[in-house]
Structures are given as structure tokens and as C-alpha cells.
Design a protein around this ligand. Structure first.
Ligand code: BES
Ligand code: MN
Ligand code: ZN
Length: 505
């Protein structure tokens, strides 16, 4: 079971009712800058004097990461007060996600909290703040027989002192829809690879057509169908596994409506996700240390699944087609060997020199399929594609490649708005030269240099002339690596915001 999300609301007037069992007093949270000034509290409130006494008594400096509480133990009808330091105001924009995470950590023991932001959170920061607060409450614990450390916090009220409540309500409901998509992506990506097989991942897609029956339809292609269509690159990856490879095709009719079975998407935007439910490397097997993290190699597909969930929740008036390329990369007697030559759906031949460069092989057939069967306005693929991208950009920014300026700018704008950051990377022909093969149209790897770029160049070879396309290498951002490895849900926030910006146009 996914963990229950926080209940969130906005108001511009905080009236504290007498507490009861079902309606406990909220903890009042006030924000303090590095000048020890309280930001944006509602002027008339009597807890201001308690807050000021707390600042003096605790010698509270208001630095980022500082917090202090007054639990009002001796007067039970008074709310607890928590002060959160936000540091320098001119850095608040960059620190907003940290402030949200600090807030959650400071108040998670109370059932309910009222966050007094006044007019400090502008519209932009509001979305980032809400998403970061929700992210902090996320848990993936359904494989644990007892969940010992469940947080008490269930409900958060965001309080401002402006009249623009309607704008905040709109922003909040969009952020809640986005969070549903992010959490869905995290739940799928965190799942164990023996549970989340390619078939199970495709089933998650199928489930969307039940949850949102009036606007989503899903078709799942199996290996036989892919064989008929000539998807030799995709099949070269999945043939070594006992688990059947699947291609899930999701149609979201936000603009057209799914009035009849014959409904056709109009000017859809296409999303394509790499869905390797486990990437052992195949015959070019990976070293064993950390190999378990290759269960996250379906993070691209998870992000597309999450994005469709988010736009369906938000009811975005836009048409979208999404492809999840779901496969498992395993070594076996039937597995692809280094040296094998295979042919993609568009007739291009590929010499497989390294079976661990499998993401580009499943993606190229998915890209062919979506261009063959739809006329997408733009195609965006997301993939945990290369270790080289992790070396280049780490876990802060995803690598963004594109052949189209409008698409690039729109994605960068959505990225800034959501703080789901990207960095524009090159696609020059000089890099593409590394893909020349002695025996086929191309080989599936370049040399040692610029591995994330050559992977993107490989994909670009399957994009038709004049087709707007962008590729996000999320190898460093889709999950947080290490002892507490966990999926991040990136770049669901970015993609959802991008689609929202396109729905407005
Ligand atoms: N899924 C991996 C990329 C990856 C590696 C993501 C580490 C996150 C962390 C991908 O399929 C892969 O193995 N790529 C190879 C490509 C190489 C063989 C050209 C890589 O990056 O080493
Ligand atoms: Mn690989
Ligand atoms: Zn991979």
C-alpha cells in the first residue's frame, strides 16, 4: 500500500477552535529570517508574543536549519509553537525545498500544523514548498511486517494574509495532483525487481485505464507483436530474460475526450520511458557491488506513468501518448552476445558491442513506434541511460538534450518553476562519429569520452527530420543512491508542469 499523503489546505484566516479529540489544535509554525524577524504572521494573533519570547529565551538566530518549539505544556488549550529558521531572505528561493523538509522534520510528531507563511511564499515558491513537504512525508514500507516509525502528522494548513486565496487554491490542487504522480512513480520504482517485472509494470499502465476510464486507454504489446513489427533492438534486450518484454501504449484524451472507441488523439505530445525492471548488464555483466540499484533502471517509465497520473488527476486539457518500454536485461544462453547485429523497426541495423548499453536499444524501437503510429507535436523520452551522466551532472540536474529550441526553452522553464533541475547538453555530429560501426549502420556504444552524449546521439538517429524531440538522461536524479537508496519521482514535476504550460497554449 502506498503511504497516505498529507492532507493539505490553504486559508487566509486562522481561527483556532477549542480542541477536541477529532479536531486537535494545530501546532503553529512561524518562519524567522536571519535577522530574527518573524515573517508574515497574522498580526492580531496572540501567539506572536509567545513567539517573540521564544526567540529571546532560546536565543533563536533564524538560520537555515534552526528550529525551536514551545509545547505549551502548562496550558493545554494553547497551541504549540514551532519556529523555523529560513536564513537569508534573498536565498529563500533556492532554499525553499530545504525549508519545507526542515518544517516536516520539526513538526512530524504533531497530528496537525498551521504554517504561517504570510506573503513570503510567492506563487512559484508555493508549488516547490508543497511538493517538498509532501516528498518529506513519503514512505515505502509495505514490505516491512511492522511500520514502527509512523509519523503523527496528518494535516497541514497553509496560512497566508493575502486576498488571493483562489490563486493559492488552484496552485495547491495542481501541486496535490503532481504529488500523486510523484508518489506513484516512487512507489513503482522502489518496488523489488522480482515483484515489478516487465509484465507487472505494463499492468500498472493498464490500471490507469481503469482508474481514469473516461480519458485513458492502454494497449500492451507483447514480444510476438513486437516481432511482427520488426522491433529487433528491443527484443535483443529482453530475449535473455525469462520475463516477457512488454511495450505499454497509454493514450490520454484530455483535449479530445474518449467519446468513442474510434477516438483519435489530436496533436499529441509523446512521452517515452525506459523501463528496465532490472539491468544486470546481460552478457556484459555489471560488477556485483551496488547491482541491486539497477532495479531503479525503470525510473524513466515510472516517471512517465507518474506524469500521466498527475495530468489525469489535474484533468489537463491536452492529448498525450505515452510509451513504456518494459524489459529485463539478463544473461542466459539465449541472451544477446557482444558482436550480434540486430535491426530496429525502421530498418536500421545496430551492432551490439556492449549488452549493458541496452536502454538505447529498447528506446529506439519505442521511438520508431510512436513516430510511425502518431504524429507527435513533440517527443520527450526519459531514461536512466548512462553512468556517464551521473559523473557529468551528479544528482542535482538531469541531462537535457534536444533538437528543438522551443521545446528546450519550455522544458527549462518548467524545470526552473518546479526546481526539478536540468542542464542543456550538446548533440554535435562530432560526438555522433563515435557510433560508426565496421559492419552495421551503427554500433550501440561510443568510446570512453562523453558517454551520456553519445547515448543521446544514438537515440537522435531514430528521430525523423523535423520531429521535435528531447531526451532527459535521469541516471543521476531518478533515485537517491547509497544506504538509503530510494526513488525520487523525478522528473514527474518537470514533465507535469511542462504539459500544463502546453495545455495553456
Ligand atoms: N542503466 C545503466 C546506466 C546507469 C548506470 C544508470 C549507473 C544509473 C547508474 C545503463 O543501461 C548502462 O549500463 N549504461 C552503460 C553504457 C555503457 C556500456 C556504454 C554505462 O553507463 O556504463
Ligand atoms: Mn545497462
Ligand atoms: Zn540500463
Amino acid at each position: 500500500m502506498p503511504s497516505a499523503a498529507l492532507k493539505l489546505g490553504v486559508t487566509n484566516a486562522l481561527t483556532l477552535k477549542k480542541p477536541s479529540k477529532n479536531n486537535p489544535l494545530p501546532t503553529i509554525v512561524l518562519y524567522v529570517n536571519d535577522q530574527a524577524e518573524i515573517l508574515g504572521a497574522l498580526g492580531e494573533a496572540e501567539y506572536l508574543s509567545r513567539a517573540e519570547a521564544l526567540i529571546d529565551g532560546a536565543n533563536f538566530k533564524g538560520g537555515l536549519g534552526e528550529h525551536v518549539s514551545d509545547y505549551a505544556l502548562h496550558a493545554k488549550d494553547l497551541p504549540a509553537i514551532t519556529l523555523i529558521g529560513v536564513g537569508k531572505l534573498d536565498k529563500l528561493g533556492a532554499n525553499i525545498a530545504k525549508v519545507a523538509a526542515n518544517t516536516y522534520a520539526a513538526i512530524k510528531g504533531a497530528p496537525k500544523a498551521a504554517l504561517l507563511w504570510g506573503d513570503v511564499i510567492c506563487h512559484k515558491h508555493f508549488t516547490q514548498f508543497v511538493l517538498a513537504l509532501q516528498a518529506a512525508s513519503y514512505r515505502f514500507d509495505h514490505h516491512k511486517s511492522s511500520s514502527a516509525d509512523v509519523d503523527a502528522l496528518k494535516e497541514v494548513i497553509l496560512v497566508n494574509n493575502r486576498d488571493e486565496l483562489a490563486a493559492y487554491e488552484t496552485a495547491l490542487s495542481f501541486a496535490i495532483a503532481t504529488d500523486k504522480g510523484i508518489s506513484a512513480a516512487r512507489d513503482v520504482a522502489n518496488e523489488a525487481p522480482n515483484v515489478l517485472t516487465p509484465s507487472e509494470l505494463a499492468k500498472k499502465a493498464k490500471h490507469l485505464s481503469k482508474a481514469y476510464a473516461n480519458k485513458i486507454s492502454v494497449t500492451v504489446l507483447g514480444e510476438k507483436e513486437m516481432q511482427k513489427m520488426g522491433m529487433g533492438c528491443f527484443l535483443a534486450v529482453s530475449q535473455g530474460s525469462d520475463e516477457e518484454g512488454k511495450m505499454a501504449v497509454i493514450e490520454y484524451y484530455g483535449k479530445t475526450g474518449k467519446a468513442s472507441k474510434k477516438a483519435r488523439l489530436s496533436d499529441p505530445i509523446a512521452l517515452v520511458g525506459k523501463g528496465l525492471t532490472f539491468d544486470s548488464g546481460g552478457i556484459s555483466i555489471k560488477p556485483s557491488a551496488g547491482m541491486e540499484e539497477m532495479k531503479f533502471d525503470m525510473g524513466g517509465a515510472a516517471s512517465i506513468l507518474g506524469t500521466i497520473t498527475a495530468i489525469a488527476e489535474a484533468n489537463l486539457p491536452i492529448d498525450v501518448v505515452a510509451i513504456l518500454a518494459c524489459a529485463e536485461n539478463m544473461p542466459s544462453a539465449r541472451a544477446t552476445r557482444p558482436g550480434d547485429v540486430v535491426t530496429a523497426m525502421n530498418g536500421m541495423s545496430v551492432e551490439v558491442l556492449n549488452t549493458d548499453a541496452e536502454g538505447r536499444l529498447v528506446l529506439c524501437d519505442a521511438l520508431c513506434y510512436v513516430q510511425e503510429n502518431y504524429k507527435p507535436k513533440a517527443i520527450i523520452d526519459t531514461a536512466t541511460l548512462t553512468g556517464a551522466c551521473v559523473i557529468a551532472l551528479g544528482s542535482v540536474r538531469s541531462g537535457l538534450y534536444s533538437n528543438d529550441e522551443d521545446l528546450l526553452f519550455a522544458l527549462e522553464a518548467a524545470s526552473e518553476f518546479t526546481n526539478d533541475l536540468v542542464w542543456h547538453m550538446p548533440l554535435d555530429d562530432g560526438y555522433d562519429e563515435q557510433l560508426k560501426s565496421k559492419v552495421a549502420d551503427m554500433q550501440n556504444i561510443g568510446g570512453r569520452e562523453a558517454g551520456s552524449v553519445t547515448a543521446a546521439c544514438f537515440l537522435k538517429r531514430f528521430i525523423k527530420d523535423n520531429q521535435a524531440w528531447a531526451h532527459l538522461d535521469i541516471a543521476g536524479t531518478a533515485w537517491k543512491s547509497g544506504s538509503t537508496a530510494s526513488a525520487t519521482g523525478r522528473p514527474v514535476a518537470l514533465l507535469t508542469q511542462y504539459l500544463r504550460s502546453q495545455a495553456d497554449n
